[in-house]
Structures are given as structure tokens and as C-alpha cells.
Design a protein around this ligand. Structure first.
Ligand code: SAM
Length: 478
């Protein structure tokens, strides 16, 4: 009874209404666009563009806001552009394809500055325009696709009344649906032969009657396909199997090897766990090397199936150049690179520093960092593994020295407050804060604003067609 009244209350709370003639006035966090309801409440939508005038059917109602979808367009904004992808609107991947790139950049830059001002309450220097990406499509070097025997059917497919026999799919999860996969025809995020390899994998699997994974019952052979590429033309293919059938597995891998002789690294993993992360699994190299090699400014980075590497290589180079410029190194500094991953930033700045120390929590990443530094003949870069809030302590500083400059590039959640506190204890001359989430960056910067002044801000777009944006901030001691 209690349960029933709870659902009743929720239904009443979320009762759908239609808000008419709403002008979309802004775009904001999580890629949602914003309008104002007649009662003054904010309305968030996902399928409109600033400048559109629309009727919105609400899906959620709260004290301060509504959420909903535009169901009728009275005016189309001149900020719109025609989506290039046939999957736009169904696939959750590139939600801003319907907005011109110029306007995507405008709203990303605006979000960064708004966050720094509203969350951080910071005094900011003059605004530096966001650095756009030269490539607006086909910029990703890593893609992960899922196999499923429960293909997502579009409304048209359902309404057509035609019985769909083939329910196998290879593609992306439908947003918010863990068990439904969109069967991709062409994805505009990774350069070919990415699409060709994915399509050939599916075609061969279908022809030879290999079973696709069923996420509810945990059955089936084919689970995921990962493709990684480098700017030097190397390709890694990794297939994850659930049920193992040796002969079928080998036939598929042989087929890919013969059809795509340019594959540098062909690997597989047999994962019979509940979840499909490969990080705790043994990966087997079927043909070629167990890694690919990316290059940047003469440095080489070995990337294996588990390695972290920035997913837009060209823009990563721009991001790192901004970071290095902001650090303004003279060759005399001891630099700490916090959250170093595979040590790419550390190695990128090493030639301009006396010494660089990288810290990171993933042991495999630190092994890669050490190996890469050795291969790159860098003798002044050292790497240490552990959770930042534990490793980056007094004893560590006493042993390795007080840094003159700290570069920090934390995950989306930002830095732990103990880490911020430790940075303030050390009080380096400069801090370069690289972030993929300007809201948590602003929160962290607010904790430092009595001691550091923000002297430079540079947003960088690494992910065209999405709302995501990186931001680099230079802090100098007051
Ligand atoms: C945004 S990535 C930065 C990677 C690197 N700077 C680069 O450009 O390739 C954040 C990194 O922080 C690491 N990380 C996350 N939480 C951590 C923690 N508590 N302690 C140390 N490292 C952590 C992640 O494993 C990841 O490599």
C-alpha cells in the first residue's frame, strides 16, 4: 500500500504537461538546452537548440525546474546545423550535431567561464577564446562497441508491423538502457577502417552463426569490440568473448587478420564475469604486437589494450602545449604531474624541466609511464603509484623534494580536498590545473583563491559534437 501511494505521488509529481511556445535561450551542463516556463521555472530539453521556439512535453517536474522534450517546433534556430549522422537522435553519442560548430564552441566557452565565476567566485583574467578542434568528426582514437541479441528497434521499425527476425546488433548502448544496443551502420567518430572492421566483424559473425551476447541471461559468445588507432596509422582490435568456442573464435580472428592486413595488434579476451570491464582480465595477443605506438613531438607512447590515452590525439597535443606554455618552465624546476595517467604530460614537459615526478593510482599506467620514459631516453622523469590523497603526503615531499610547479589533471570528480590542502601546504609558485569538468575545477580553485590568483584560462575542445570541454587554468602565488 505504501509502495502504491509512493508511485501515485511520483506519477502526480511528474504528470506530463505541455508548455507552449517556449524560446530556447541557452545551452548548459550535461548538454541540455534551456528555456523558461510561463511560471518562471527553468525547462531543460535535450532535442532543441538555442534560438528554437518549441512546445515542450514535460517528463519531470520539480520545484525549480522541468525536464522535457520538444514535440513541436514553431521556429528553427539559425544556430542549427544538419546532423551528418543517420543515427542522430537515437544514439547518445554526439548530441550536439544539430548545432553549428561555431555555436557549440560558444556554449562550451560560456559554460567554463560561468562555472569559474558562479561556482568558484574567482577573479578572472581577460577571456581567451576556446581552442576549437581542427577535426570535427572522425577525431577519436578509441571506440568500444557492444554486441547484443536485443537490438534497439526504432519507432518506425515497430510501427511498420514488419516482423524483424534478426535481432543481433553491434554498436552503442541506447542512453539509459543497459540492455538495448543500437545497431550502427556508420559512426562518424573514428576514422576508417574503424567502420569497415566493425561491419566485417558483424557480417562474419552472422554468416557463421556466432551467438551475440544476451545481457539479461548472460549467454552468447560475442561481447564487445574495441578499436584503437594512432596518428601514425597503427590499429588495435580487441574482441571480448563471453562463451568460448575455440574454433569459431579463431576463425573470426583469422578472418579479420586476412581481411585487414593493416591491423597492428589483434587481441582477444575471454571474460565470463558479470560485467564487461577488461581491466582485471588476461588479454591474449592473437596476431601482431600486444600494443600500438602513438607519437607526439618525437616522443613515443606505447598503448596497450588497458592503457589510458587521451581519445583525441590531435587536440591532446594542443592541450599539452597549452599546459606546457602555462607552466613556463626554464629548465630549473622540479615539477609534479598529479594524476599522470601513462605519464604523457610529464614526458611532454620533461625536456623543459629539471625533473618531473608523476603520480597515478593505476599500476599498469605507471608501468607504461616508466617504460615510455625509458624508451624516450628521459632520465629526469620518475613515476609513483597510489591513491593521490595517500601518496602525496609529507613523507613523499620530504623524500622527493618540494615542487616549484604542480601540474594537475584529475578525473571528472576533481581533486580530493586533502590533495588541495596538501598543494596549499607545499605552496608551489605555479599550479597548472587541467580539467575535463570545469564545475569541479571551479570548486577546487575556490579553495585556493586566497593564496593563488588565476592568471590564465584556456578552454580546449577535445570532443566536437558533444557538450564536453577541457579547461586549463594557470594559478600564480599571490
Ligand atoms: C583525466 S586523467 C589524466 C591523465 C593524464 N594526465 C593524461 O593526460 O593522459 C585522470 C587520471 O587520474 C587517475 N586517477 C583517478 N583517481 C585517482 C586517485 N585517487 N589517485 C591517483 N590517480 C587517480 C586516473 O586513473 C587517470 O589516469
Amino acid at each position: 500500500m505504501k509502495c502504491y501511494s509512493y508511485f501515485c505521488a511520483m506519477r502526480k509529481k511528474n504528470k506530463r504537461i505541455i508548455l507552449e511556445n517556449i524560446e530556447i535561450i541557452d545551452a548548459g551542463a550535461k548538454g541540455k538546452t534551456i528555456g523558461k516556463a510561463p511560471d518562471g521555472r527553468v525547462v531543460f530539453t535535450t532535442n532543441a537548440v538555442p534560438g528554437d521556439v518549441v512546445d515542450i512535453q514535460t517528463t519531470k517536474k520539480r520545484k525549480a525546474y522541468f525536464e522535457g522534450n520538444a514535440i513541436n517546433f514553431h521556429k528553427f534556430s539559425d544556430k542549427r546545423s544538419e546532423p551528418v549522422c543517420e543515427h542522430f537522435g537515437v544514439c547518445g553519442g554526439c548530441k550536439w550535431q544539430n548545432m553549428s560548430y561555431e555555436n557549440q564552441l560558444f556554449y562550451k566557452e560560456k559554460e567554463v567561464y560561468n562555472n569559474l565565476l558562479r561556482i568558484g567566485h574567482l577573479d578572472l583574467p581577460e577571456i581567451t577564446p576556446i581552442l576549437g578542434s581542427k577535426e570535427q568528426y572522425f577525431y577519436r582514437n578509441k571506440m568500444e562497441f557492444s554486441f547484443s541479441d536485443s537490438k534497439w528497434l526504432t519507432l518506425e521499425q515497430i510501427q511498420s508491423g514488419i516482423q524483424i527476425e534478426d535481432k543481433n546488433a553491434l554498436g552503442f548502448h541506447i542512453p539509459g538502457m543497459w540492455d538495448k544496443i543500437l545497431d550502427l551502420k556508420k559512426c562518424h567518430l573514428q576514422e576508417d577502417p574503424s567502420n569497415a572492421i566493425r561491419m566485417a566483424t558483424k557480417e562474419y559473425a552472422q554468416k557463421t552463426e556466432m551467438s551475440f551476447f544476451n545481457p539479461r541471461n548472460h549467454t552468447g559468445m560475442l561481447r564487445t569490440l574495441m578499436l584503437r588507432t594512432t596518428s601514425t596509422g597503427e590499429i588495435m582490435v580487441l574482441i571480448q568473448f563471453f562463451e568460448d568456442h575455440k574454433e569459431k573464435r579463431e576463425n573470426l580472428l583469422k578472418h579479420l587478420k586476412e581481411t585487414f592486413p593493416t591491423i597492428t595488434s589483434l587481441q582477444y579476451v575471454i571474460n565470463q564475469k558479470q560485467n564487461d570491464t577488461i581491466y582485471d582480465q588476461e588479454i591474449v595477443c592473437f596476431a601482431g604486437r600486444d600494443h600500438i605506438i602513438e607519437e607526439m613531438e618525437g616522443l613515443q607512447f606505447k598503448i596497450n589494450a588497458k592503457s589510458f590515452y587521451q581519445t583525441n590525439s590531435e587536440q591532446a597535443y594542443e592541450l599539452y602545449k597549452v599546459t606546457r606554455d602555462f607552466a613556463g618552465l626554464t629548465g630549473e624546476e622540479l615539477v609534479y604531474d598529479l594524476y599522470t595517467g601513462t605519464g604523457t604530460i610529464a614526458q611532454f614537459v620533461a625536456k623543459k624541466a629539471k625533473k618531473v615526478i608523476g603520480i597515478e593510482s593505476v599500476p599498469e599506467a605507471i608501468l607504461d609511464a616508466k617504460e615510455n620514459a625509458k624508451n624516450n631516453n628521459l632520465t629526469n622523469a620518475e613515476f609513483y603509484v597510489g591513491d593521490m590523497k595517500n601518496v602525496f603526503n609529507e613523507a613523499f615531499i620530504a623524500e622527493h623534494g618540494k615542487p616549484d610547479t604542480i601540474i594537475t589533471d584529475p578525473p571528472r570528480v576533481g581533486m580530493h580536498k586533502d590533495v588541495v590542502e596538501q598543494i596549499l601546504n607545499i605552496a608551489p609558485n605555479k599550479i597548472v590545473y587541467v580539467s575535463c569538468n570545469s564545475a569541479t575545477q571551479a570548486r577546487d580553485l575556490a579553495l585556493m583563491k586566497d593564496f593563488y590568483k588565476v592568471t590564465k584560462v584556456q578552454p580546449v575542445d577535445m570532443f566536437p559534437q558533444t557538450h564536453h570541454v577541457e579547461n586549463v587554468v594557470l594559478l600564480e602565488k599571490i
